[in-house]
Design a protein around this ligand. Structure first.
Ligand SMILES: Cc1cc2nc3c(=O)[nH]c(=O)nc-3n(C[C@H](O)[C@H](O)[C@H](O)COP(=O)(O)OP(=O)(O)OC[C@H]3O[C@@H](n4cnc5c(N)ncnc54)[C@H](O)[C@@H]3O)c2cc1C
Length: 366
């Protein structure tokens, strides 16, 4: 099947894009790596977080796809996600989940989008994979088996679990696992490791963590712990070795304690990386910011180059939503300048509406 549009990533941008394609009568397929639409939001928002229909001050218009707009009176993320899941079902949007996007091949007259569930052909491609590509753990050996998100806390019941990372995301994962363990009378601890001596979480997250501990959560903190080696043991189990309590002796000898966890017990929440590596692989051009040129991005940041239709330098491939934020290099009227692109649901949805409009008129003329 040759689709008019293949959309990569089912966040607000991708779902809005699929819905607008349907409304315009374009054939499309929405490809999502997670188990559900809005997996990016499910993974990154703390439990119970309110979702705001925020709009950038400088933008005058409203949400271009009103059906996906968060309510004016903020609701919890769980309610918003549930609403969107029902909407996707009700509209019968064509989506394939648990399909990890890998690459795009150019053929005569179409693109082949390669995913972990096979290749899909499309005349145009919209990249809407957001900006939360989890950072990989870098250790000697392979640590690819280590989870980067918490898809199902129940998996960790009965297991001594290791969560790596010192920020709010790691803290939220710790809280969710403590909670499920408590609900199932599981006394196995959750180890929380961070390379620094201090953990850095906001007040609200710290409060929720405190509550979980007071309710009996079994947590062991491992500050100053460094993941070192990914290895396979004699029984063929992938393991992660993490050093704790390192002491460097003056004659070059190092003393340390280390713990070795089966990788299936480990979740590494060590932040996200920009899309630059993926864009290199896709041969989509980026520009590095130099001092004085960029106002939003920092010196050295690499910004994707897009025209005013959100088209990348690979013609027929578009990029929208959080993947483009917080700014990109816009080519317009023969000039290139940094363009602010706030990372909001509003921007993601409105990008989608305008990109489908562009694609629709281009496909009419070819
Ligand atoms: C904690 C937090 C709170 C926020 N609160 C608000 C708020 O209240 N109001 C607001 O307007 N904005 C808020 N934002 C920002 C808002 O969530 C983003 O702007 C919005 O989600 C961007 O939408 P998107 O569709 O571009 O990307 P995402 O929502 O990130 O969706 C991208 C999708 O692509 C999928 N994907 C990623 N990689 C691949 C791959 N290789 N293959 C296939 N699929 C892939 C992901 O699983 C995900 O489902 C918040 C953000 C955070 C982190």
């Amino acid at each position: 099947m040759l689709y008019d549009v293949i959309i990569v990533g089912a966040g607000p941008a991708g779902v809005a894009c699929a819905y607008m394609c349907k409304k315009k009568g374009l054939s499309y397929l929405l490809v999502e790596s997670g188990k559900s639409v809005f997996q990016g939001i499910i993974n990154t928002y703390p439990e119970g977080k309110k979702v705001y229909a925020s709009k950038p001050k400088e933008m005058a218009g409203g949400f271009l796809v009103d059906e996906l707009r968060p309510p004016d009176k903020p609701v919890t993320v769980e309610m918003y996600v549930q609403y969107v899941q029902h909407f996707v079902q009700h509209e019968n949007l064509s989506i394939i989940t648990e399909a990890e996007f890998q690459d795009i091949e150019t053929h005569r007259g179409f693109f082949q989008v390669l995913t972990s569930k096979g290749g899909f052909k499309g005349k145009k491609v919209v990249l809407s994979f957001g900006n939360s590509i989890p950072r990989e753990l870098t250790v000697y050996g392979d640590a690819k088996m280590v989870a980067k998100t918490l898809d199902d806390p129940k998996k960790y019941i009965g297991l001594r679990t290791l969560v790596i990372g010192g920020g709010n995301t790691a803290a939220d994962v710790v809280i969710s696992i403590l909670k499920i363990k408590r609900q199932h009378n599981d006394s196995q601890p959750v180890y929380w490791a961070h390379v620094s001596e201090t953990f850095d979480v906001n007040k609200e997250t710290a409060q929720r963590l405190g509550e979980e501990i007071l309710l009996g959560g079994n947590i062991r903190l491992l500050p100053g712990a460094t993941p070192r080696i990914g290895e396979v043991d004699d029984e063929g189990i992938d393991r992660l070795v993490i050093r704790i309590n390192e002491f460097k002796e003056s004659d070059g000898i190092e003393l340390y304690h280390a713990m070795s966890f089966p990788m299936k017990n480990v979740i590494a929440c060590i932040g996200s990386q920009g899309s630059a590596t993926l864009l290199d692989k896709l041969q989509i051009q980026t520009i590095s910011c130099t001092e004085g040129i960029c106002k939003v991005a920092k010196e050295g940041d690499r910004l994707v180059l897009l025209n005013s239709d959100f088209e990348t330098t690979r013609k027929g491939i578009y990029m929208i939503g959080g993947a483009v934020s917080p700014s990109y290099m816009k080519v317009a009227d023969g000039a290139i300048a940094e363009e602010k692109h706030p990372n909001l649901i509003y921007t993601a949805i409105n990008d989608a509406a305008s990109v489908v409009e562009t694609i629709f008129s281009k496909l009419q003329t070819t």
